[in-house]
Design a protein around this ligand. Structure first.
Ligand code: HEC
Length: 147
């Protein structure tokens, strides 16, 4: 009898440990990108000269100058991607690269440089918010689809 109770106590203790992890990630948790200020994001886009490689139709940035390294036109990007996707595109350009568009260097890595040593987190937050506001200018067909 005492033996059976002892076993029960062990089983109960094991279940309790399984149900109450010390500090687990809450179920369903997902990283949510913070909301920023689109106007400040536009300033960051100009400051880091993203326009050297990315045209933004409808904007008044200088035209791209980095021949052979140019990335996708961004004017209609906003609705196509989640904020976390844009954040990753800037934090980690190699994470997703569309193949066959000349976006890769000889070693297969992205031609987009890393800004991680010069961009503040604040600037990145605003930049993502700015990119999310970009919509196709009225009357233009969208060439770029979600990928
Ligand atoms: C030297 C050229 C160059 C510069 C400068 C540059 N990019 Fe890029 N960018 C690229 C290329 C090439 C790609 C496509 C390959 C890739 O996804 O990494 C790209 C991809 C992207 C994408 C992903 C688009 C998609 O549909 O997947 C975003 C967003 C982006 N760039 C934003 C920026 C921002 C913001 C800046 C400035 C902070 C910037 N880029 C600076 C070349 C550049």
């Amino acid at each position: 009898m005492a033996g059976a109770l002892g076993t029960l106590a062990v089983v109960t203790a094991t279940v309790a440990v399984a149900q109450a992890p010390k500090h687990g990630t809450p179920p369903g948790w997902r990283f949510a990108w913070p909301k920023g200020d689109a106007a400040k994001g536009r300033d960051a886009f100009a400051k880091f000269e993203c326009y050297r490689c990315h045209e933004v139709k409808g904007e008044k940035f200088p035209a791209p100058t980095e021949k052979g390294k140019v990335g996708p036109e961004l004017s209609q990007m906003g609705p196509l991607h989640e904020p976390e996707y844009f954040a990753e595109a800037i934090l980690s350009p190699n994470a997703v690269i569309e193949k066959g568009k000349g976006y890769q260097g000889p070693d297969g890595s992205s031609k987009m440089p890393s800004f991680n040593d010069s961009m503040t987190v604040e600037e990145l937050i605003h930049l993502v918010t700015y990119l999310r506001t970009l919509k196709p200018p009225a009357g233009t067909g969208g060439g770029h689809r979600g990928h």
